[in-house]
Design a protein around this ligand. Structure first.
Ligand code: ADP
Length: 141
């Protein structure tokens, strides 16, 4: 594998509740991404503040907190060539209503907030987020 990387995704609570976890993972596995680790959890207030600290000052932050704690999420560590950028490409832009068809958000998401998945957006955030959700940057079992 050239330039192997590990990235972190969170399947958001509405997508988990609607039974989209399998479809999301199928799409990512079909593109060659390998599941290294996986867990289901509820995001509490402390974890949410940490995870979305870059948005904490925005007016809609309380709404994000409410949404992201409304049910369990599925956290997955994925490995593949250029995995961080590749997963973001397959995911599409933040606003699902504007995301191109063929992307995960374009096909399965609803709007700016309800956009199916979180995915790490840089090497630095991938490392931080893998440690946040799995305790280490390389969380293979
Ligand atoms: P991304 O998830 O694409 O990396 P951000 O880090 O900017 O995007 O935002 C984190 C999450 O906050 C988004 O995935 C989405 O759920 C929510 N969000 C971002 N911008 C908005 C907005 N303008 N209105 C409502 N929710 C938003």
């Amino acid at each position: 594998m050239s330039n192997p990387e590990i990235t972190l995704i969170l399947v958001k609570p509405d997508a988990v509740a609607e039974g989209l976890t399998g479809e999301v993972l199928r799409r990512l596995e079909k593109e060659g991404l390998k599941i290294l680790n996986c867990r289901m959890l509820r995001l509490d207030a402390a974890l949410l503040k940490e995870h979305y600290s870059h948005l904490a000052q925005l007016p809609f932050f309380p709404e994000i907190e409410k949404f992201m704690s409304s049910g369990p999420v599925v956290a997955v560590a994925l490995q593949g060539t250029n995995a961080i950028e590749r997963v973001r490409e397959l995911l599409g832009p933040t606003d699902s209503s504007k995301a191109p068809k063929g992307t995960i958000r374009g096909d399965l998401g609803k709007d700016k907030m309800h956009n199916v998945l979180h995915a790490s957006d840089s090497h630095e955030t991938a490392k931080t987020e893998l440690i946040r959700f799995f305790g280490k940057a390389d969380p293979r079992v």
